[in-house]
Design a protein around this ligand. Structure first.
Ligand SMILES: Nc1ncnc2c1ncn2[C@@H]1O[C@H](COP(=O)(O)OP(=O)(O)O)[C@@H](O)[C@H]1O
Ligand SMILES: [Mg+2]
Length: 338
């Protein structure tokens, strides 16, 4: 069993801290066609989904950055390979799927090939199966459009298949599923929605205590409370803190600076205007008008009203801010430095 401060996503229920209610809801939903798991980065979606899948015939597929068919099938065969132990019997003899020792090869073009849809049909015939697509909002056309159609088909016709979609951005609902878009193949379909919550202060404290105990050290209570205050119940940051404390430094300010840097690297991808908006919000702008004033002052240019509205909306779709508040305090600190 891995320690709590192992930075990789957990994938076993006995490695997972808490999440009892979440696992119960997921277990109760295993016969539903579609489950959606949402939550900000580092809140523990991947860990929850992987641990949920553990006892089932299932596959986990990480779709971050997948844009081509080659990407899609590569991720699919990786997913099958990782869980080959429990899947070997279940996938035996499927056309186009070859098990080579500990790896699974998928032939997806030409003779004797199989598509993702064909694979799902085959799995459906064999029994109950769960397929999880993680960070699915990050896919690009044509893969995103194709996945949407496949998921809609599975929803309507493959009664043994449960699809789990998870992601860090509300874009998953608004753009990938298209909850408000009648043109989307997934529009109007009911799904189970699970929002992964942050840990309470007590839970965070317990998380850190347990993690440090496993590492054989016992920091003072002021260190623990300082970290709980700073990282606000986000398990990924608690792990980051624990790992850094154990391996590198006992200075909480140094760890904080490193965390802010990590967040800054992610924000670097945004456009100039988006950064200025985040900076405005980080410095306390609480209304559209205040943001506009701050941004125009900051950039020395006027921004059309509709552009500003669209950019704020996009930052909400990326789950960085909501209602002029940051969802993660570390990103707020980072945004002040943009
Ligand atoms: N319930 C949990 N118990 C133990 N560790 C967790 C838990 N949730 C998250 N973690 C840890 O936090 C980090 C981020 O979790 P991850 O599942 O990758 O989050 P997300 O997918 O939401 O970005 C990982 O190091 C993971 O091991
Ligand atoms: Mg994840």
């Amino acid at each position: 069993m891995r320690n709590l401060f192992d930075p990789r996503p957990k994938d076993r229920r006995d490695e997972l801290f808490d999440r009892v209610d979440e696992l119960r809801l997921l277990d109760e939903s295993v016969n539903r066609p579609l489950i959606v798991v949402l939550g900000i980065r580092r809140i523990g979606k991947t860990s929850l989904v992987k641990s949920f899948l553990e006892p089932y015939n299932s596959i986990y597929i990480d779709l971050r950055g997948a844009a081509t068919h080659a990407d899609l099938y590569e991720r699919l065969s990786e997913g099958l390979s990782v869980d080959l132990g429990r899947l070997r019997r279940f996938i035996e003899g499927i056309r186009g799927v070859r098990v080579m020792g500990f790896e699974v090869e998928i032939k997806w073009r030409g003779s004797d090939s199989i598509s993702l849809l064909g694979l799902l049909e085959e799995l459906n015939r064999r029994g109950k199966f769960i397929i999880a697509f993680d960070e699915v909002q990050d896919t690009k056309p044509p893969i995103s459009a194709e996945l949407r159609k496949i998921i809609a088909y599975s929803y309507d016709h493959l009664s043994n298949i449960t699809v789990v979609l998870s992601g860090s951005e509300v874009r998953l609902l608004d753009e990938f599923i298209g909850v408000n878009n009648p043109e989307s193949p997934l529009y109007g379909r009911y799904f189970v929605e699970l929002n992964v919550r942050r840990f309470s202060k007590d839970e965070s404290l317990e998380f850190l205590r347990l993690g440090f105990r496993q590492e054989g050290i016992e920091p003072g209570v002021d260190v623990l409370e300082g970290a709980v205050e700073l990282f606000d119940g986000i398990p990924g940051w608690l792990v980051y803190f624990g790992r850094s404390y154990v391996d590198h430094t006992h200075d909480i300010n140094v760890i904080k600076e490193q965390a802010i840097h990590t967040a800054l690297n992610e924000l670097a991808k945004l456009s100039r205007r988006e950064k200025a908006i985040l900076k405005a919000i980080a410095h306390g702008a609480r209304t559209w008008g205040q943001v506009r004033r701050f941004v125009e002052e900051n950039l020395g240019e006027s921004i059309p009203k509709s552009s500003l509205t669209r950019l704020i909306r996009r930052l909400e779709l990326l789950s960085i801010v909501k209602d002029y508040e940051f969802l993660d305090g570390i990103y707020k600190e980072a945004a002040k430095r943009l």
